[in-house]
Write a protein that binds this ligand. Structure first.
Ligand code: UD1
Length: 417
């Protein structure tokens, strides 16, 4: 297993480029199943989760060509409609193949993902919506088995805002017979990016980015070319790294309009922001002021930035409250941050973080993707050396994170355990 060795206490200074968004790429890759033509994608990040999705699609017979950040997919000959447990268990987003498979091929056998480190994360809304669209869906030996001749439009109201649930149901509705309305839809920029890609493929979707989606089903979709949006969570993680190291970091090729609430919190903690069309520069002098946050669906504060802001508050000049409302078990980074000298107590879904003047290096263990980022950021700010273990979590969602950090002057190396 690989680890990151970090000598902390260096200011991060310089410029890096944001990668394509993992959470937009994964549903868009799955959307390739909806057409027999080529889907040509640009700005696809090289991440473990992207490789897993490509492997899953290739196993179904989808032809995949990759050259750097360009990926071309062709699903003209799909030989299997099975998403096996081995792949699904390593990446829950594999469930995004469920609806495209049923919509175009009339059947899908997708393994249920099971639990995950941050919470139970059921997929009941995906299944309920697909049933409303007319599919026969049953759970059999750990698999969701869905069949349908042709899906029919329906009025769906999801019980909660679900990102991949909305994406899956949109991918079912685009090929359904008639109109579908999805209420309580997720408004995340990644959902909008998927809808834009589907529209380029000939889908008729209105309301992307609002809580109500209107989809008029079409008989078939055609090929398209699409550039994936920038990863707002990756960019946000680098902004926080700049703040806690009292640095000066410019992130280019990002979309500031997707990150307003995060940028506002950074401003409130005392960071100086310069914002252009597709870049953000974050400068910090001194310790941050505490900023309380409450995670909610977009456009509110993203749960995927909660752990990083926990680290920021660990070094703040006062006390902040961090309330997690999306996932029931997303404070796994807290015991690790305590090992670095942070002062945090947990009361139910709220962490009370009392800032300390400095953290000190230690060996810490990554537990999930965003927790890993928060620990790397904490180690960059900590005095002395740290080892971050189990970084395969980090590799799922951050492209060459240590290279980008080194580019900013961090003392960080990847080593084999
Ligand atoms: C996506 C993101 C993830 C992010 C999360 C919330 C991808 C690949 N992953 O995950 O990075 O942290 O959105 O912004 O895009 N729920 C149910 N039943 C369902 C579906 C969801 O109870 O059928 C619950 C979940 O357990 C959770 C909440 O709804 O408590 C929101 O989850 P959801 O938006 O679905 O998260 P994901 O799409 O899995």
């Amino acid at each position: 297993m690989q680890q990151l060795k970090i000598n902390g206490g260096h200011r991060l200074v310089g410029e890096i480029r944001a990668s394509g968004a993992k959470n937009a790429t994964l549903p868009i890759l799955a959307a390739s199943l909806l057409t027999a033509d080529d889907l040509v994608l640009h700005n696809v990040p090289d991440l473990a989760d992207v490789r897993t999705m490509l492997k899953l699609l290739a196993g179904m017979g989808v032809k995949v060509q990759r050259a750097g950040t360009d990926v071309t997919l062709n699903a003209s000959t799909v030989t299997s409609t099975i998403a096996p447990y081995d792949l699904v268990k390593t990446m829950r987003a594999s469930v995004l193949t469920l609806c495209p498979l049923v919509a175009r091929f009339g059947s899908a056998d997708v393994s249920l993902p099971g639990g995950c480190a941050i919470g139970a994360r059921p997929v009941d809304q995906h299944i309920r919506g697909l049933r409303q669209l007319g599919a026969k869906v049953e759970i059999d030996h750990g698999y969701v088995r869905a069949t349908s001749s042709r899906l029919t439009g329906a009025h769906i109201v999801t019980d909660m805002v679900t990102v991949t649930g909305t994406e899956n149901l949109v991918m079912a509705a685009v090929l359904a017979d008639g109109c579908t309305v999805i209420e309580n839809a997720a408004r995340e920029p990644e959902v909008v990016d998927l809808c834009n890609c589907l529209s380029a493929m000939g889908a008729r979707i209105q309301g992307a980015g609002t809580p109500v989606l209107y989809i008029e089903g079409v008989k078939q979709l055609h090929g398209a070319e699409h550039t994936v949006i920038a990863d707002r969570i990756e960019a946000g993680s680098f902004f926080v790294a700049s703040v806690v190291t009292q640095g000066d970091v410019l992130v280019t090729h990002c979309q500031p309009g997707h990150m307003e609430v995060v940028l506002d919190k950074l401003r409130r903690c005392g960071a100086q922001l310069d914002i252009g069309n597709d870049w953000v520069r974050v400068r910090m002098d001194g310790r941050p002021q505490p900023v309380s946050i409450r995670t909610v669906p977009h456009p509110g504060f993203p749960t995927d930035m909660q752990a990083q802001f926990m680290t920021l508050n660990c070094l703040a000049t006062g006390t902040a409250h961090i309330t997690e409302t999306i996932f029931e078990n997303r404070f796994m980074h807290v015991p690790e941050l305590l090992r670095l000298g942070a002062h945090i107590t947990i009361e139910g879904h709220t962490a009370i973080v009392e800032g300390v003047p400095e953290l000190t290096g230690a060996t810490i263990m990554a537990t999930d993707l965003r927790a890993s980022a928060s620990l790397v950021i904490a180690a960059l700010a900590a005095q002395g050396s740290s080892t971050v273990d189990r970084i395969y979590h980090l590799d799922r969602g951050y492209e060459r994170m240590e290279d980008k950090l080194r580019q900013l002057g961090a003392d960080i190396v990847r080593v084999d355990d």
